[in-house]
Ligand binder design. Structure first.
Ligand code: MRU
Length: 319
């Protein structure tokens, strides 16, 4: 088979597995070698590779590659568990690992992992085509965190829709990108992707939302999702809930774009979706060192009533 190449990784079953170290962007574009699943677990925890769909796909490929290269390995179950638990909020990681482990032979595991890659890439395109009709020429669209090719196996979820509207559907739009504190996936990654794509865009701080919305600078919001409960409550990067509340105040449509496998019907509402607790150092290395109280949840839950529509590759989600 040919090497799979995306913006975020390069994979071939019998060769080294390379991932783009996203913590170094936008200053440096460096691919690092993932030699085993332990290194993959670390890369996921450290957000060298990140984004709900992408961590699922790359973890799956890493596990399947190990199984393929070591057909007699006895530790596969333990490695699968470590990968599944690397980050708790996005459903894709545990879902993909579970499905791969259901496959009996190493080659079936590998095919399953590659299928997840292909399905995610295809779902991104389908969602983009479906949701692009929600974008009109001269729209001023706000997006949050990073939901592009650095978060998926394809063009992205929310950012994929924006790319489709601008490039394929030729709509003249302007994109506003929230910095997305504390780790700045918006300013470091989304703004970088938009520069690569030559899509007109402005970078803003997270606390400028109400100000800019009150001035009618923004008229639509598109975000992604890490897990969606049966009733449509949506777990996404911390701050998404703030954004949804402010959007509602200014009557600005708020769209969630995510593949259908993001919907976890085991959770009736979003209340019990696991929220990742991240290191205090990410907020303030200084105060963390001085053992002061710092709170750093990685995600929040936006209730369904604040969401105008949830778009999947199958169309609008009706709960
Ligand atoms: O902590 P991250 O950078 O992995 O968070 C990513 C997000 O919150 C994205 O919005 C989400 O994964 C949806 S896009 C696939």
């Amino acid at each position: 088979m040919k090497t799979i190449k995306t913006l975020a990784f390069k994979f071939h079953p019998t060769k080294d597995f390379f991932i783009l170290d996203q913590t170094l962007l936008p200053e440096k574009k460096v691919f690092i070698t993932i030699k085993n699943t332990k290194q993959m677990v670390l890369a996921i925890k450290q957000l060298k590779v990140r984004g709900a769909n992408l961590i699922g796909v790359t973890a799956g490929l890493s596990l399947a590659q190990y199984a393929f290269k070591n057909p007699k390995a006895k530790n596969l179950k333990a490695l699968a568990k470590q990968l599944s638990l690397a980050r708790p909020t996005a459903i894709h990681l545990s879902l993909i690992i579970k499905q791969i482990m259901k496959q009996k032979s190493p080659s079936a595991k590998l095919n399953q992992a590659i299928d997840f890659y292909k399905e995610d890439k295809k779902a991104c395109l389908e969602m983009a085509k479906k949701a692009s009709s929600l974008i009109k020429p001269r729209d001023r669209i706000l997006t949050y965190c990073n939901t592009g090719s650095l978060a998926t196996a394809g063009i992205g979820t929310a950012l994929g829709v924006i790319k489709q509207a601008f490039h394929q559907d030729k709509k003249k739009i302007h994109v506003f990108v929230c910095e997305t504190r504390p780790l700045n996936q918006g300013s470091r990654l989304t703004f970088w992707e938009l520069q690569q794509e030559k899509i007109p865009s402005s970078l803003i701080c997270d606390n400028m939302l109400a100000h800019l919305m009150s001035q009618k600078k923004i008229n639509k919001v598109f975000v992604g999702a890490d897990r969606i409960s049966k009733n449509g409550d949506t777990a996404n990067k911390i701050g998404t809930y703030n954004l949804a509340l402010i959007s509602r105040h200014f009557k600005i449509p708020f769209y969630v774009v995510a593949p259908s496998n993001t919907i976890d019907k085991q959770f009736k509402t979003g209340k019990t979706i696991p929220i990742e607790k991240r290191s205090e150092k990410e907020i303030s290395p200084y105060w963390a060192k001085h053992k002061k109280n710092i709170i750093n949840p990685g995600f929040d839950i936006t209730p369904r009533y604040l969401i105008t529509k949830i778009i999947t590759e199958n169309g609008f989600y009706k709960n």
